[in-house]
Design a protein around this ligand. Structure first.
Ligand code: SF4
Length: 368
């Protein structure tokens, strides 16, 4: 019987793939790993250390916490100070500081929690429904941050709240979708991506068909990959070979999980609750059609509307290069604050906060 962990960490095969990578003699190629989970996997398994000079990996904007704009953090911190509100959130949102008007570090949810505001870490948005049921006199707001991987379960929480009459539950959506962002990155000649390493978990929801447009319209091949070391090494070898052979295709290395159609049930829930809108990506700017907002029919569960909050671009932290890092144009080590004023314990920018953030990965693994 297959063991999907051990099989994809087989050391003998890994050694062979490692020597295939090291002996690469093709033309220089730049591959963007779109997603933060790949960034961490590549560092954790030492894959960067195996790469020859001819294969350059750059990190993309696929860490949802990293691309959440500062105005969202400001809105969450402001909401958390209301006596009638309980904030529920995934843990990695806790440490992002809001940015003050002069670009200095502002408050975070962690600092507000230390000051007594009711902010609770949950493992699923569905946990928030129980909190809403137990606290009918309070408004429970889930900080809804994430890509297609997490959106279906957030949509499910809205549907369940609606069915159960939990009108005191709402979500503050900063949810985003990956394909529109890829179109923006694909036309940026400064980045010069030759191929994409596509995220396995997002692709499990949306399928691989979405990426055909990137290959056909922009001439950039890609491969969907899993997160074990053999997955990533195999994907890099295949993609580099396709780039060299001018084979502009989208391959699916992660076929044990991902299909061309994706997950129709998850997509149905997502589309029932959310609709596309323009969205601001931290450091990148507004990308048309790349965000998700709660549809009008569920507006009583839309915290932006319930609390009449404004969504306006705010300041970026002074000196922070997150925007350039998220576009793959700079590495964290180019930032003057890296490892000095900005560390995982005391982050300045969002890329140092999340465990999937590029700056956090560089800090943890020393950039190799
Ligand atoms: S090291 Fe910190 S300040 Fe610099 S780019 Fe990364 S998150 Fe921003």
């Amino acid at each position: 019987m297959n063991n999907f962990i051990d099989d994809f960490r087989n050391s003998e095969i890994a050694r062979k793939m490692g020597s295939m990578l090291s002996s690469y003699r093709g033309r220089p190629v730049t591959i963007m790993e779109v997603c933060g989970t790949h960034t961490m996997a590549i560092f954790r398994y030492g894959i960067r250390a195996l790469l020859p000079d001819g294969i350059r990996l750059i990190s993309g904007p696929g860490c949802p916490v990293c691309v959440t704009p500062s105005y969202y953090v400001h809105a969450a911190v402001t909401l958390s100070q209301r006596d009638d509100v309980i904030i529920t959130t995934f843990g990695d949102m806790m440490r992002i500081p809001a940015t003050a008007g002069d670009g200095s570090r502002g408050e975070s949810l962690l600092s507000r929690k230390a000051q007594g505001n009711d902010i609770r870490i949950v493992y699923s948005p569905l946990d928030s429904l129980k909190i809403a049921a137990e606290n009918p006199g309070k408004k429970v707001v889930f900080l809804s941050v994430g890509f297609e991987t997490t959106v279906p379960v957030i949509a499910l929480s809205v549907l369940k709240a609606n069915e159960a009459g939990l009108d005191n539950f709402s979500v503050l959506s900063a949810n985003k979708t990956v394909p529109e962002a890829l179109k923006v990155l694909s036309v940026d000649s400064e980045i010069g991506v030759d191929g994409y390493l596509y995220p396995g978990h997002v692709s499990a929801i949306i399928g691989t068909g979405f990426y055909d447009e990137i290959a056909e319209r922009y001439g950039i091949p890609g491969i969907v990959a899993g997160f074990e070391p053999l997955d990533v090494m195999h994907a890099i070898i295949s993609l580099a070979s396709n780039i060299n052979n001018k084979k502009i295709v989208v391959e699916n290395q992660y076929c044990r999980v991902v299909t061309r159609e994706g997950n129709p049930v998850a997509l149905e829930k997502m589309n029932e609750v959310f609709e596309a809108r323009d969205a601001v990506w931290r450091g990148i700017g507004c990308i048309p059609g790349s965000g998700l907002q709660v549809r009008d029919k569920y507006s009583k569960h839309d915290a932006w509307k319930v609390f009449d909050l404004r969504q306006e671009a705010g300041n970026e932290p002074k000196g922070c290069l997150c925007g350039e890092v998220l576009k793959g144009k700079r590495t964290p080590k180019d930032c003057g604050l890296f490892g000095k004023a900005c560390t995982p314990e005391n982050p300045v920018g969002s890329c140092m906060v999340s465990s999937e953030g590029t700056c956090a990965a560089y800090y943890k693994y020393g950039g190799i």
